[in-house]
Design a protein around this ligand. Structure first.
Ligand code: HEM
Ligand code: HEM
Length: 228
């Protein structure tokens, strides 16, 4: 941004603290779930430094997966709640992207993201329409991963929450099927994370509105002439 422009920007509080807390707890939990899930799915001989009865390494890997799973699940419930009571940028209405203007915005964003074109229109200050649609799909995947995860976990426990999901096992053709789907779900999160972080940095660069730091401090910047 050129220095002359500085006074012409307004600071807008976009992400309230529950959204920011949710985001970073979720990001850390998902990264740990991917790391431990990957090890559970592909156990390597090199993980074992001694006889099985002399160590508990794999038990710890599973333990970390399960602790993160519970954190991830309850954190997700907080975000669902905040979609009903939060500010206009956090509300669920943002994630339903059926309006014509939103499809137009998506087309413009695709040309910016893929063809590296100049934006032809002004993108929304909260989530842009394409990001909102992808976040909505990722929320559905959060639910899918939780349902399949708890369905597997139910075999380990008599606790009520996981046992609510035992009906999933016969539908997916047994425990093996559930594991396969849960494993496939992991790849969604790996791809999502790579593309998401790239796009956050890229939009920060092309729009110059403070996208990346908005998830830390909550503020974005907008040109006054656009707001007025
Ligand atoms: C983004 C979230 C998550 C990811 C990426 C993830 C990933 C994985 C992966 C890749 C596996 C190994 C599957 C295989 O290939 O055999 C696994 C196993 C498992 N996950 Fe998750 N998971 C997630 C969330 C959850 C949640 C919310 C639960 C709920 C309790 C859960 C419970 C389990 C259980 C019970 C197993 C089987 C462990 C075992 O048999 O040792 N996961 N997970
Ligand atoms: C270093 C890593 C990351 C950075 C810098 C980052 C940054 C951001 C930023 C700036 C936004 C708001 C974008 C906008 O204005 O539209 C956002 C939203 C979001 N990010 Fe990330 N992110 C990171 C990792 C992750 C990970 C690992 C996940 C989990 C899969 C994730 C899931 C989300 C979701 C679901 C939203 C929507 C937030 C909501 O409205 O609830 N992020 N991220």
């Amino acid at each position: 941004m050129d220095h002359e422009q500085v006074g012409r920007y307004r600071r807008i509080y976009v992400w309230e603290w529950p959204v920011r807390m949710y985001h970073w707890i979720n990001a850390i939990a998902v990264i740990l779930l991917i790391g431990t899930g990957f090890m559970i799915g592909n156990p390597q001989n090199t993980f074992y430094a001694a006889e099985a009865y002399q160590q508990y390494f794999f038990g710890s890997v599973r333990f970390v997966h399960f602790v993160c799973a519970f954190v991830f699940f309850f954190n997700f419930l907080v975000r669902i709640y905040w979609g009903f009571v939060g500010n206009r940028f956090a509300r669920w209405t943002n994630f339903i992207t059926f309006r014509k203007a939103q499809w137009k915005e998506m087309k413009d964003i695709l040309s910016v993201d893929i063809l590296q074109a100049e934006p032809h229109m002004h993108h929304k200050i909260g989530h842009n329409s394409l990001a909102a649609l992808i976040y909505f799909l990722s929320f559905l995947m959060f639910a899918f991963q939780s349902i399949t995860g708890f369905a597997m976990y139910a075999a380990n426990t008599t606790a009520m929450l996981p046992r609510l999901f035992t009906w999933v096992v016969p539908i997916m053709g047994g425990d093996f099927g559930v594991r396969q789907w849960h494993h496939a779900g992991m790849w969604f999160f790996i791809l999502f994370t790579i593309v998401h972080v790239y796009l956050v940095f890229y939009h920060d660069y092309v729009e110059g509105r403070g996208t990346t730091s908005s998830m830390i401090g909550g503020w974005k910047f907008e040109r006054k002439d656009i707001l007025e």
